[in-house]
Ligand binder design. Structure first.
Ligand SMILES: [Zn+2]
Length: 256
């Protein structure tokens, strides 16, 4: 019998039908990175793995085998479910986007506890409700995601001269840092001091600062959104399938 490998807590990030009766689970494990495993019989018997065959839940998982082929899921005990069946469509879009971001950033056999904590923290925010705040929450999630990936620039000091950016900053090149007024010349647009402060607080918190994430300063949302979108486009392998649905959710969301 193949050896069992305990994965510990895992987030169920994707479910893909496989053969007639099976599912392939893409799991995000804090200790093992991305693990794809076959759940045999998961589609023919609902009792086989209990409530674990759903997205946006955390399971305690174990797999068997897997050398040269996909491992087989041998255990998946549900520890936590973030989104129940009666969630809003905007919550579903948001959670799908978060999960896909984490999935493309994760690697097999590469422990990434920060990425795991980022996703579980943001699923908790999603569970609390996103209506009226989807646009601000999307940006906050993207900013903190880039920070976890080590790709978000220092917003407190000028990339060129090192001076504090407390009076506002320009961000002409998304892959480089921010520039103070003196170094920016006529490079715009300018990101206002209150937005810089909000970004600095967001990325300095181990847990997402939920009230701040829900209400980022609207005046300079768009230039930051633009830079963040370009930065994401540089680091993601392709356009995320869930991003279009989330764009629609942002468009239809009524600010409160
Ligand atoms: Zn400067």
């Amino acid at each position: 019998m193949a050896a069992t490998r305990e994965l510990g807590p895992c987030l169920v990030a994707r479910l893909t039908p496989f053969r007639d009766a099976d599912l392939i689970l893409s799991l995000l494990s804090a200790a093992h990175g991305r693990v794809d495993a076959i759940a045999r019989g998961a589609r023919s018997s609902r009792r086989r793995f209990g409530g674990a065959m759903r997205l946006f839940c955390e399971v305690n998982a174990a797999v068997q085998g897997g050398r040269g082929s996909l491992p087989v899921l041998s255990q998946a005990d549900v520890q936590r479910v973030w989104l129940q069946d009666e969630v809003g469509y905007d919550q579903l879009c948001f959670a799908s986007y978060l999960t896909e971001l984490a999935l493309v950033a994760s690697q097999p056999d590469h422990a990434d506890a920060d990425l795991y904590d980022w996703l579980s923290g943001w699923l908790t925010i999603t569970q609390l409700g996103v209506s009226g705040h989807v646009r601000s929450l999307r940006l906050a999630a993207e900013v903190t995601f880039l920070h976890v990936m080590g790709l978000f620039p220092d917003v407190r000091s000028c990339h060129s001269c090192g001076r504090e950016t407390s009076a506002g900053a320009a961000w002409p090149d998304p892959t480089e840092g921010l520039l103070c007024g003196d170094c920016a010349g006529d490079a715009g647009p300018v990101i206002a001091p209150d937005m810089l402060l909000a970004l600095a607080v967001l990325i300095s918190q181990p847990e997402p600062a939920i009230e701040l994430a829900r209400s980022l300063p609207v005046q300079t949302l768009r230039p930051v959104e633009d830079r963040v979108a370009r930065l994401l486009a540089r680091v993601l392998p392709s356009t995320l399938r869930s991003s279009e649905a989330l764009r629609t959710a942002v468009r239809d969301d009524l600010p409160v």
